[in-house]
Design a protein around this ligand. Structure first.
Ligand code: ADP
Length: 697
């Protein structure tokens, strides 16, 4: 048989190693400190048994055990300390309890010096065991109480904590304790006269390992996986190892007419080690062999897997198709790749992109037998899969395809990818087909994403246009009014002109005035036309002050009609911003229109520009400040929501569109408002410092 000191020795070494492991890898803090102390006391505890079992001399064993017993007293207190320090926010009361507990343990240590707990040692087959005095039960009770409190605390934490990591950690400890405690109790049995091997040392080392794992690892295994894995290993090991041991016993009996139990125990340990290590070793050996023998193939599969994961990020359909064709063509080294997609009517699958030799058939009806066959399949389909289906096989043969991957969105087939034969007559093996299945799934999702993204862009464009047209209507009405007055004056002048032809002063001032008015009207109409045309985003370096002036010119008629003064206070040395000038104009028009509409007759709207700096960088700030009615606090949150309006004929789109445009150029829009006093809207766009400055206002 294995000597009895073997278990404590292994446990002491394992615990010391775990302590070093947590000291090096564990996150700093009270939990780590508590664990290290706990591990140290455990090493003492294991050594206590080691001394009892290993040292034959009574006096030396007695003295050694007395010293090492110190570890047991503190170990009990350390278990509670560990449970308290694992809590997300330990309460002050618990800290005092932990300190008090250590003080109590210290008093036990002092009593130990005077041999209050143990009076003598008793010799057994395993070695010495301690014989407790009548006070010894106090120690057992103390240990039991501490364990019970620690467990209750952990169970309570497990149920109430909101911190998922703490919950997971505590779950692990409890699972470990379930294994360790019953084993640990066996160590008390010899003191009460029951002969039993010290399995507690083994259990304690096991539990320490689990706690160390829970402290050090950030990504813990799920507790259910841990438990099922543990049970599965234990069950399979028993099922495999028990018959093997039985066979070894029978063989020994058959060969020697005797059974050697030590030899059998050694064999059992050997079998157990093989059973535990076998799956781990096979798994890593398989991976290594695969990597070294079939390096190119492994790399191809890795690249395919990486591509299939990255595909969903491509939102542009054309780019997506080009990438799929390119990657599959190059990575799989196939003769041809083709992508067929369902058309908008849903009646045909059209060839949208192809690469490689041969021109493929450009479309299939959605009721074509090949398409219907493919639509029913959810996995990559090989030419051989269509055995016996002549029309379907004919398509494979005519097109020179080896495998087709249907792409689905829900139940509908969006299209399919077709791959020709691989160069070098390589077949599509199981591993390739698994990767291709993943690719066809991801491609289905990616095409659906790209379609939805196109729809979102289209509806955004519609919202932009609606908002723009709504402002345009208001601006045009104001400008029409603005045009009428000078036209009336010009008309009057024309009527008077025939009689005043000789009046040179009259004619000169009339011509000068009329020319200026016509010029002003013409540039206003030009600006209106530019504003009205739908734009595509084209970011360039834009001078904010120039856009502000264009906006002020467009809004001047509105302001005049409402008797609102329009003011400007622009910074002279503002760097440009990277934006689309027309879209920025739309932002300013929306904000200025709102400001003028909110301001009562005689009020003022001011546009200010300046350069501001915060921790994220430099921003050009354009502020539209009005002395209007202000925004009630109750609606301040809602004003940026699309379709929120408090106006009779408002669209509720102005601010939401402005917000989106500013965000698209990396900036932000903010608002301050005091009811009854006015509002201040700030457009903040990142300053662009690539040009030579200063640029004039
Ligand atoms: P709309 O102008 O069509 O109502 P907006 O999105 O531009 O749509 O504005 C939403 C709402 O925000 C307005 O209806 C108004 O109540 C409020 N608002 C916007 N700007 C101001 C402002 N300068 N002063 C007071 N209220 C404002």
């Amino acid at each position: 048989m294995l000597p009895s000191w073997f278990v404590p020795l292994v446990a002491a070494l394992a615990t010391a190693a775990l302590g070093v492991f947590v000291a090096v890898r564990g996150p700093r803090g009270e939990l780590r400190a508590a664990f290290l102390f706990f591990a140290a006391t455990l090493v003492f505890w294991h050594c206590f048994y080691l001394v009892l079992y290993l040292i034959p001399d009574y006096q030396t064993a007695f003295e050694g055990a007395r010293i090492l017993r110190v570890g047991s007293f503190y170990m009990v207190a350390a278990v509670l300390h560990l449970a308290v320090s694992a809590r997300a926010r330990p309460r002050r009361l618990w800290r005092w309890i932990v300190i008090g507990n250590y003080a109590l343990a210290t008093s036990f240590v002092v009593a130990n010096v005077f041999d209050v707990w143990v009076k003598e040692l008793r010799r057994t087959d395993a070695g010495y065991v301690t014989v407790g005095t009548r006070w010894y039960s106090i120690l057992s009770l103390y240990a039991l109480l501490n364990f019970l409190v620690a467990i209750s605390l952990s169970v309570r934490d497990y149920w109430i904590t909101r911190d998922p990591r703490v919950r997971q950690q505590v779950g692990f400890w409890l699972a470990g304790m379930l294994v360790a405690l019953p084993l640990g109790l066996t160590n008390f049995l010899p003191v009460y006269g029951v002969e039993f091997p010290p399995l507690g040392n083994l259990g304690a080392a096991l539990w320490t390992g689990i706690v160390a794992y829970a402290i050090v690892r950030h990504r813990l295994m799920d507790i259910d996986v841990f438990v099922t894995k543990g049970l599965a290993y234990a069950a399979v090991t028993l099922v495999l190892v028990t018959p093997a041991i039985a066979v070894s016993v029978i063989l020994q009996w058959w060969a020697f007419r005797a059974v050697d139990y030590e030899f059998t125990a050694a064999l059992a340990v050997l079998f157990l080690s093989i059973a535990v290590c076998f799956p781990l070793v096979v798994f890593s050996a398989e991976e290594r062999l695969q990597r070294s023998l079939f390096r190119a193939r492994t790399q191809t599969r890795r690249d395919l897997a990486a591509f299939s994961r990255s595909m969903v990020k491509i939102l542009d359909r054309q780019r997506l198709m080009a990438e799929i064709c390119n990657r599959l063509h190059d990575l799989l080294d196939v003769e041809r790749v083709a992508i067929y997609l369902l058309d908008s009517s849903g009646t045909r699958l059209e060839l949208r992109k192809s690469q490689g030799t041969h021109a493929e058939t450009t479309e299939f009806g959605s009721q074509h037998p090949f398409v219907r066959w493919l639509g029913r399949r959810s996995e990559p389909s090989l030419r051989e899969d269509a055995e016996g289906l002549d029309t379907v096989q004919a398509v494979f043969v005519e097109q020179g395809w080896e495998v087709c991957l249907p792409m689905h969105s829900g139940r509908q087939m969006l299209g399919f990818l077709a791959l020709g034969a691989r160069h070098g007559r390589q077949a599509f093996a199981g591993g390739d087909l698994e990767q291709l299945a993943a690719i066809s799934d991801e491609a289905g999702v990616a095409f659906e994403n790209a379609r939805l993204y196109e729809e979102v862009r289209r509806s955004r464009a519609i919202i932009d246009r609606t908002s723009r047209l709504s402002s345009l209507g208001t601006l045009a009405a104001g400008i029409a009014h603005e045009i009428r007055n000078p036209l009336v004056s010009i008309h009057t002048f024309f009527q008077m002109a025939p009689t005043r032809l000789g009046d040179e002063e009259f004619m000169t001032s009339f011509l000068g005035l009329a020319g200026e008015e016509v010029q002003r009207i013409s540039s206003l109409v030009d600006e209106l036309l530019i504003f009205g045309k739908s734009t595509t985003t084209n970011p360039t370096e834009v001078q904010p002050n120039e856009v502000v002036d264009r906006g002020l010119a467009l809004l001047a008629p509105q302001a005049r009609q409402k008797n609102v003064t329009l003011d400007r206070s622009l910074s002279e040395s503002l760097p440009p911003v990277l934006a689309d000038g027309d879209q920025l104009l739309q932002v300013l028009v929306n904000l200025l229109l709102n400001a003028i509409q909110a301001t009562l007759s005689g009020g003022r709207v001011t546009v200010e520009t300046r350069l501001i700096t915060d921790e994220t960088g430099e921003f050009c700030q354009i502020e539209i400040v009005d002395t209007g009615v202000g925004i009630p606090a109750s609606v301040r949150e809602a004003i940026f929501d699309p379709f929120f309006t408090t106006k009779d004929r408002g669209t509720g789109l102005g601010l939401s569109v402005a917000h989106r445009i500013v965000a698209e150029f990396g900036g932000f829009l903010s608002v301050e408002s005091a009811e009854g006093q006015g509002s201040r809207f700030s457009v903040n766009l990142p300053a662009c410092r690539n040009l030579e400055f200063p640029a004039g206002a």
